[in-house]
Design a protein around this ligand. Structure first.
Ligand SMILES: *Cc1c(COP(=O)(O)O)cnc(C)c1O
Length: 459
């Protein structure tokens, strides 16, 4: 390993330095990749020298997602403590399915799940696990809901029209997952949101009633804590009341912003969380760990065992099975994705995680204020979201996002809500300061002045 560790150290040292000077790499067109990089695989392999060169070249031509100019996605930044944890997970290479092969790593995962359960407000029966992303934790939720709604489905397949509900603003995995679990995409009802992007609960109830009248079987509501575009929070307490009335599984998709449970100041955004049946969050989004670090917490762990254990039903288990995480997992072998959050959490404590969450909202508030006070901007976002949605002058958002990237200035994306399309700036990289956010706008304005001045009104 010595050669490889030395090489790793050398390349990362160089990379960290270079990232400061060149935080955005202009894109390589996919057609040119093989001209720029030595990626092809040969019969005889490479000498150590060529190998090192090829790796360095690859690393230095890969988009930079951790710098202060990356605002493109719902993740960002590089937390050193979490990165250390993930590097160790690779070196140790455990699989999380049995206690025998992962030992204390099992306890680490259980401890974090248990903290999350307490923060959500779940009681003693609660459980939880990790999966390879938020789409997969959403999948686990809808699958548990299906099996709860009709136990026979696991063996006989779907016999009835089972109906799932989610808002139009929810993540696209809900529709894919409906296909995966065999109920079909057409059995998902997309409920309109209000002007803030939150699911309209009156419409939700109406739609449930309509389906019941047709003889269908409603079984599942997906509520979102932090919608992908607007960062809106569906009203969990109101939705929970409806789910109780109609006996539906309520899942809170907190992939983006479920981590607000760690903050005294912002946990009110998920009021009613204790009344959900499952709650997911991606620590690789708001908590800043490397990808992926996705948790799903379940109010009654019986359902995890019922849907994901392949033998004995939950009641007949031995105690040790509590430590064989494969019994409640989607996968067999599973990567140790928990360690990176644990190393961060161990180092900064609950208070440190809370600071991370609060700072992201602070940055968003600064950005919104800038946009609001500047006549050349139109603001689309509401309060209490990490997504600052705006347009600058009359420049098409698609165009300016592409231009900023091609010229190596900024990585930022765009989104749409109720007919408007806009630039979407995400303040999820908590190592940024207020100045970094203001500098985003300055760079955007300078770029616009340079490239769009002719097409704009001189006024
Ligand atoms: C990111 C996101 C997901 C998907 O998570 P992945 O880890 O990318 O699969 C699901 N739901 C919401 C609301 C998200 O923001």
């Amino acid at each position: 390993m010595k050669f490889e560790l030395d090489l790793f150290r050398k390349i990362t040292d160089e990379l960290l330095q270079d990232e400061k000077e060149n935080p955005v790499l202009p894109p390589i067109h996919p057609k040119n990749i093989s001209n720029v990089l030595d990626l092809d695989l040969s019969e005889n392999g490479s000498s150590d020298d060529d190998f090192a060169k090829a790796i360095r070249n690859l690393v230095f031509n890969t988009p930079r997602t951790t710098t202060k100019s990356f605002f493109n996605q719902l993740f960002g930044g590089r937390n050193a403590k979490a990165t250390l944890g993930d590097l160790l997970a690779v070196v140790l290479n455990n699989a999380m399915h049995t206690y025998k092969v992962s030992g204390p790593m099992v306890e680490i995962e259980k401890i974090m799940v248990s903290h999350f359960n307490q923060l959500i407000g779940y009681k003693n029966n609660a459980g939880g696990t990790m999966a390879s992303g938020g789409s997969m934790t959403n999948f686990m939720a809808i699958l548990m809901a299906r099996d709860k709604a009709q136990e026979s489905i696991k063996n006989k397949g779907v016999q009835h029209k089972l109906i799932a509900y989610t808002s139009k603003e929810s993540h696209y995995s809900v529709s894919k997952n409906a296909a995966f679990i065999g109920i079909g995409r057409e059995q998902v009802r997309y409920i309109e949101s209000n002007d803030d992007g939150e699911m309209d609960t009156i419409l939700l109830q109406k739609t449930i009633e309509q389906d019941l009248n047709k003889g269908y079987q409603p079984f599942f509501v997906n509520a979102t804590a932090g919608t992908t575009v607007m960062g809106a929070f569906d009203p969990l307490d109101k939705i929970a009341a409806l789910c109780k009335k109609y006996n539906l599984w309520l899942h809170a998709d907190g992939a983006y912003c479920g981590s607000v449970i760690l903050s005294k100041k912002y946990r009110h955004l998920v009021n009613g969380a204790a009344n959900t049946d499952s709650f997911s969050l991606n620590a690789h989004k708001m908590l800043g760990t490397p990808l992926t670090c996705s948790f799903i917490m379940v109010k009654d762990k019986k359902y995890l065992h019922d849907s994901f254990s392949n033998n004995a039903s939950y009641l007949f288990q031995m105690d040790e099975d509590e430590y064989n995480l494969g019994k409640i997992s989607l996968q067999c072998g599973r990567r140790n994705d928990g360690l990176k959050l644990w190393t961060l959490w161990k180092s900064v404590g609950h208070k440190g995680l809370e600071k991370i969450v609060d700072h992201q909202f602070y940055l968003a508030a600064q950005g919104r204020e800038y946009v609001r006070n500047h006549p050349d901007y139109t603001l689309y976002s509401k309060e209490d979201t990490l997504s600052i949605c705006f347009n600058y002058k009359d420049i098409a958002p698609e165009e300016i996002c592409a231009g900023l990237y091609e010229h190596g200035k900024l990585m930022v994306g765009y989104g749409s809500f109720k007919g408007d399309t806009f630039v979407r700036l995400i303040t999820i990289n908590y190592s940024n300061s207020k100045e970094d956010i203001l500098s985003f706008f300055k760079k955007l304005e300078a770029f616009a002045t340079k490239h769009y001045s002719l097409s704009l009104n001189p006024a």
